[in-house]
Ligand binder design. Structure first.
Ligand code: PMP
Ligand code: GLU
Length: 404
């Protein structure tokens, strides 16, 4: 008897898109495994090792036998350290009972969506957005309502656009700042205008994804949850993957209203339980220590941003803006739509990204995955030599593409 997987799998999972960032990173790895020299600028992952003192704290925790289940929302030590961090760095006031530590910020976002969305509820997502927001919202039964801004607006949506998108069914507003994929940073004033709109409504929860907080080139990071009108309407999500270069440790967290933390705790308690015990012990030390390494990584990213932007500006036809944070650039590549090199034709951003992999051996991600089909994303979490070489390969490959 043959099994038909389509009958076995849920409609929900069949409707789910695979993560484009992860797919493109895998494609680059597959090509490299065939012996091709590929430069992968597809996955958003710092290329630095986790700072030594954080690793040391994990070894010590393991040696002390810190290898058991922790409370589902995280150890009290870590939750207290997160409360202190929120207080001193973000002007957000939480008790440990309002914090839920998860297996990455991705799980924090999934917990919140599962805890708040009923079938048909709407979630406003600011585009360009991080790939997983849309799929998590849909998986939770919600309906993504995408509100977009283009390169001419520095990829930043304004408060009036958000006001227009709100309906009686709106439950969530989701965005990241600094933004993945654009690197754009919402200013204090822009956030305050958004906070006015959400505060006036009173029934919408904001998911403020601040995972790139420490990679912000504008100076001070602003949190939308710090405004009086949104302090009870915001779940602030953060984590250790980016600022501390701890992607493999799987540790993120959210701080929000107690009713939401309780609900996330319940969801997580049935799905995964608490995050890894020794990751939490090490992260507690990371939060309590001077952010010297995080600062050094930010400086390195800033230098690389300037390098890759300068190089991309030399590529004919690309439109590039100046990202203010994270480690991504999001050039508009639409000039090349309707071109061919004889073998490969580019009609959209997916084709462009694919062509850069096959023709230039550079891994990128199509902007379509982030809600913008005119652009591609390049991660500059790579060495100077790789960045220079990658853009030079792109430039050379594009030189042979001519209008059809
Ligand atoms: N939010 C954004 C904007 C991201 O880029 C990522 C990707 N790392 C995450 C959340 C999830 O991070 P993690 O699960 O590794 O904490
Ligand atoms: N967030 C990173 C990215 O955007 C890692 C991959 C993922 O989790 O989707 O590339």
């Amino acid at each position: 008897m043959s099994i038909n997987p389509l009958k076995m799998l849920s409609g929900k999972v069949q409707a789910m898109e695979e993560s484009a960032t992860i797919r493109m990173a895998q494609k680059a790895r597959d090509l490299a495994a065939k012996g091709v020299s590929v430069i992968s600028l597809s996955l958003g992952e710092p290329d630095f090792d986790t700072p030594e003192f954080i690793k040391e704290a994990a070894y010590q925790a393991l040696k002390k036998g810190n290898t058991k289940y922790t409370p589902v929302p995280g150890t009290m030590d870590l939750r207290k350290a997160i409360c202190d961090k929120f207080e001193t760095e973000n002007n957000l006031h939480f008790e440990p009972s309002q914090i839920v530590v998860s297996n990455g910020a991705k799980q924090s976002i999934a917990n919140i969506c599962l805890a708040t969305l009923d079938e048909g509820d709407e979630a406003i997502i600011l585009a360009p957005y991080w790939v997983s927001y849309v799929e998590i919202v849909k998986f939770a039964g919600g309906v993504p309502v995408v509100v977009s801004a283009g390169i001419e607006d520095d990829f930043k949506v304004n408060a009036a656009q958000i006001r227009e998108a709100i309906t009686e069914k709106t439950k969530l507003l989701i965005f990241s700042s600094p933004c993945n994929p654009t690197g754009s940073v919402y200013t204090y004033d822009e956030l305050e205008e958004m906070a006015d709109v959400i505060g006036e409504n009173g029934n919408i929860l904001i998911i403020a994804d601040e995972i790139y907080e420490y990679i912000n080139f504008t100076g001070k990071h602003a949190s939308i949850g710090a405004f009086e009108k949104t302090k009870n309407l915001t779940a602030t999500v953060n984590g250790f993957s980016k600022g501390f270069s701890m992607t493999g440790w799987r540790l993120g967290y959210m701080g929000g209203p107690k009713w939401l933390a309780d609900a996330c705790n319940k969801v997580q308690g049935q799905v995964t339980s608490g995050a890894a015990s020794f990751s939490q012990a090490a992260a507690t030390v990371a939060l309590k220590t001077e952010k010297t390494e995080a600062l050094a990584m930010k400086e390195a990213f800033l230098r690389r941003r300037d390098l890759i932007i300068a190089k991309l500006k030399e590529v004919p036809g690309l439109k590039v803006n100046q990202p203010q944070g994270a480690f991504y650039v999001f050039p508009d590549i639409s000039h090349y739509f309707g071109t061919t090199n004889g073998q490969v034709t580019i009609k959209d951003a997916d084709d462009f990204s694919e062509a850069m992999l096959t023709e230039a051996h550079v891994g990128t991600v199509s902007g379509a995955a982030f809600g913008n089909d005119q652009c591609i994303r390049l991660s500059y979490a790579a060495s100077d030599a790789d960045l220079i070489e990658a853009v030079s390969r792109i430039k050379n490959a594009l030189a042979s593409f001519k209008k059809i």
